[in-house]
Design a protein around this ligand. Structure first.
Ligand SMILES: *Cc1c(COP(=O)(O)O)cnc(C)c1O
Length: 365
């Protein structure tokens, strides 16, 4: 199997006119506005990866028996393209997304997409839809995903798949700046169990988290925090973001990866930046009891959630069946602000990229 695939181009016959696009880009929100094109690559057991195309974004033709519709063989990724002040277009650590996509595929018994094909597909889509990349605080959110398309109701790995990339111009995730979020600690539901799919970025994990997220909303919260499945004691992560705690002595704590937590690229980047800044960084289990005690004693100064979509979001208040408590008086703390500014500075090329995390796209390529 070739690691690179020639992507054929069939541009949209009637793309969105510039004035209509400009109107959509004024306030795109998140995940509601889509660009004109998509990339698709097919996989079959006999041919491997083939038929790579950049083409007009349109609905799929899918047999009602397609395996994804019944047994949820589906994985995805999320990353952003930014337009820098110097008018370059850049991605942030895209090979990490490509590698994680391979790990997710393995866990879900799906074919592995070579890193080069993953990156090539993203670059091709960004090039053809470059006019859709917002300037300023916005970015182009890219959504690569893979579905099992084989029409067959037997339970086994499918023999046919489609890999696809779509894109959405997005504004700042939290409108009106980064307001601290209120989180709900779920007493009944867990996100992932040892040996399960918690470390894979698969749609099924999200389907299973929605009822807990709805419970969070009912309790006036923005997001749900999940505890571990075995003891229901240790903090794991939010529905779609990793979590960090900042202590008065400058220690930064985050739960360790170990199969039940999604290995976030934002999480990994923050661990690196914090270590460099001289913070004591601990990847360790942290219980909800400790969280309550450390908030009460004032030892915990800040807590934040992180992921590609929202970058860093301060956690201002925690609610649970037994009550509620605040962190840092419900306000964003200085470490959260500092780490966010540093990370977004690297992503948008206003800060030094000392780790080679920024990937420039050759727009003529
Ligand atoms: C994608 C995701 C994250 C964040 O990962 P990033 O690579 O930082 O965007 C965290 N938790 C879950 C469950 C996720 O799906």
């Amino acid at each position: 199997m070739a690691d690179t695939l020639l992507i054929t181009r069939q541009p949209h016959a009637s793309p969105t006119p510039p004035h209509a696009r400009a109107a959509l880009l004024e306030d795109p929100g998140f995940g509601k506005v889509f660009t004109d094109h998509m990339v698709t690559v097919r996989w079959t057991a006999d041919k491997g990866w083939h038929e790579a195309q950049v083409r007009a974004r349109e609905p799929f033709q899918l047999d009602p028996a397609a395996a994804v519709l019944h047994y949820a063989q589906e994985i995805f990724e999320g990353l952003k393209a930014y337009r820098t002040r110097g008018n370059d277009v850049v991605l942030f650590r895209p090979l990490e997304n490509a590698r994680r996509f391979i790990d997710s595929a393995r866990r879900m018994a799906m074919p592995e997409l070579p890193e080069e094909v993953f990156l090539g597909a993203i670059e091709a889509l960004v090039r053809v839809d470059a006019d859709w990349i917002p300037t300023g605080d916005g970015s182009l959110y890219l959504r690569p995903f893979m579905i099992a398309t084989e029409a067959f109701l037997g339970v086994r790995p499918a023999q046919e798949y489609v890999f696809c990339v779509i894109a959405c111009p997005v504004g700042a995730y939290f409108k009106g700046g980064a307001k601290p979020v209120t989180v709900w600690v779920s007493a009944d539901y867990t996100r992932a169990a040892p040996g399960g799919t918690g470390a894979a970025k698969c749609g099924g994990n999200y389907a299973a988290s929605l009822v807990a997220q709805a419970e969070a909303i009912q309790n006036g919260c923005d997001q749900v925090v999940f505890l571990d499945a075995a003891e229901h004691r240790y903090v794991e992560e939010l529905g779609g973001m990793n979590v960090f705690f900042v202590f008065e002595d400058g220690t930064l704590v985050t739960p360790p990866l170990g199969g039940t937590i999604l290995p976030g690229i934002t999480r990994d980047s923050i661990l690196t930046l914090a270590q460099e800044a001289g913070l004591t960084v601990e990847e360790r289990r942290y219980s909800f009891e400790e969280w309550q005690a450390d908030a009460r004693s004032g030892r915990m100064r800040e807590a934040f959630a992180c992921g590609t979509a929202a970058v860093l979001a301060a956690i201002g208040e925690i609610r649970h069946n037994g009550g509620a408590f605040k962190i840092g008086g419900g306000h964003e703390g200085p470490m959260t602000t500092k780490l966010r500014d540093q990370l977004t500075g690297i992503q948008r090329c206003t800060g030094a990229d000392t780790h080679g995390w920024v990937h420039r796209i050759d727009m003529e390529g």
